[in-house]
Design a protein around this ligand. Sequence first.
Ligand SMILES: [Zn+2]
Length: 124
Amino acid sequence: MVTCPVVIKIDQSEAHGDVTVQQFNSSQRWGRALKSLGLFWLAAAAAILIPVAHFVLVPGFFIAGLVGFSKGMSTEEIVLGGTCACPKCNSQITISRSAAKWPLSEPCMKCRMNVSITRSPARN
Ligand SMILES: [Zn+2]
């Protein structure tokens, strides 16, 4: 886990904050991908025993396993969370756990504006 400085923007206003990011190296990505594949394929194997529903569940879990494997391999980092101040109204914005697809977008609960959250290259 690393704490990254971020820039929060609404239109021309900007503020600074921090988010906690979990990064995965190659072996961690393989581990996550194989765990996802194994769990879905285990569910597919268990679904064989369910009459009628197995016609949908077995191929569904099989495909979900492949999708989960692909997603696990491609996820290099996730945002665990963080807080920042809204550039407009200065109220606190909680950044939720999500895939690290920069720029992130979070709503300000006070002024109802969506803020754009990007990594700060200058302070990194
Ligand atoms: Zn606000």
